[in-house]
Design a protein around this ligand. Sequence first.
Ligand SMILES: Cc1cc2nc3c(=O)[nH]c(=O)nc-3n(C[C@H](O)[C@H](O)[C@H](O)COP(=O)(O)O)c2cc1C
Length: 380
Amino acid sequence: MSQGFAPFYDVNRTYEDNYLQGPFGAFAEVMKGDSAAGASAQSAQTTQSQSSDQAEEFLGFRVNLPFGIPAGPLLNERFTTAAFRMGFDLAVYKTVRSRAWGCNAFPNVLAVHPKNADGSLVPGSAELDEGVLADTRYELPISISNSFGVPSRDPDEWQPDMKKAIAAAGDGQLLVPSFQGSRVDGMDRKAYIADHVTTAHLVTETGAGLMEMNTSCPNEGHNRLLCHDPHLVGEITEAVKNEIGDRPLIVKLAYIPNDTDLETMVRETVGHGTVQGFSTINTISARLVDANGNQALPGAGRDRSGVCGNAIRGAGLDMVGRLAAIREKLGFDFAIVGVGGVIRPDDYKAYREAGANAVMSATGAMWDANLAREIKETLR
Ligand SMILES: Cc1cc2nc3c(=O)[nH]c(=O)nc-3n(C[C@H](O)[C@H](O)[C@H](O)COP(=O)(O)O)c2cc1C
C-alpha cells in the first residue's frame, strides 16, 4: 500500500477496531466538520444539490447520481455519513441480523492475485479450485478477499444507529439498510423464514423507506448460499413483503451462472410482486493459497473465501447483462444494482450500459475514496 494512504476500512485492524474507531483516511477527514476536507465535501454536496435537476429516480426515490457503496464496508452511521459527504449518493448500511453475531478471526481481508494478465477471475474456471495467491501485497488494480462471516451488533445497538444513518442522508441521497436471516442450530424452515421477517420488521422500526435482503453470503452453512434455492427465496420474500408493505425490497444475489436458474429466481420473486430490485454480484468464491500453496486464511472452513474488486468485474457485468435480458424477455419492471469490480469511472458507465439502474463499489471505493466525485466529474 502506498505510504500515507489509508482505506476508510483499515484492513490491518480488526473488525471491532474498525467498528469502534473508523472510518479512516479521507472518510475520517470528512467527518471533522471544521477541517478543510470536511468543508470542501460540504461544498461538493451543495454543488450537487444545486444540480439536482439532473437527479435520477431509483425505486421511487430521487438520487443525485445512482452510485454508491454496497453492503459491507460501511459498518455504522459514521461510515455511511462519511460516504454521503464524499458524494456517494447511495449508502448501504452493512447487513444486520436479528441478534448479535460474531466476526471470523482476523485477518478478514487479503490481497488476491489471479493468474490472468488482466487480473480477472472467470466463474467456473479451474483456478478457483486449484488456488489463487493471496497475501498482504495490496496493489492496483485492487482485488481482495473478504472473510467476515457477516457479523452484526445486537438490534438494541444497530436500530438507533441505523435511524441516525437514515437521517444523515443529504438532499438526493439514500440510505439502504441491508439485512439477512440467521440460521442457528435446531431451526426449521418455518423458524428460518420467521427470522427474516423479524429482522425486516426491526429494520422498518428505524424508519427505512426500503431495504435489501442478503441471500448471497454463506447463510446456509459452509459455502452454501440461500440464492441457490430460488423457491425458498420466493417463500421468504413473500413473508418479508407481507411485513414491510409498500417499501421496496431488493434481493442481493451472488453470481448465478445458469440463465434458467436466474429466470426462476426472477419469476419466484418479482413474478409474485414480492421483490422490486436485485443487487448483484457478491464475491466469487475461490480457494486461497499463500506463496507455498498452503491455506492462506487461518482456521477451519476458511479454505475458500470470497473474492471482490477488479477480478470480478467481468462476472458482474455478465450477470447484470443477463438479468437485464430476462427483464426484457419477461416484460417485468425491476431495478438492477450493478456491483462488482467498479474501480474507475468507466466501470460505472459499463454497468449502466449493461442495464443497471444503479451502480455500487465496495473494494474500489475502499481504495479510492474520491471515486464518486471522479465519476461525477466525467459526467459533467
Ligand atoms: C469488507 C467487505 C464486507 C462485505 N460485507 C458484506 C455484507 O455484510 N453483506 C453483503 O451483502 N455483501 C457484503 N460484501 C460484498 C459487497 O457488497 C459486494 O457485493 C462485493 O464486494 C463485490 O463488489 P466490489 O467488487 O465492488 O467489492 C462485503 C464486501 C467487502 C469488501
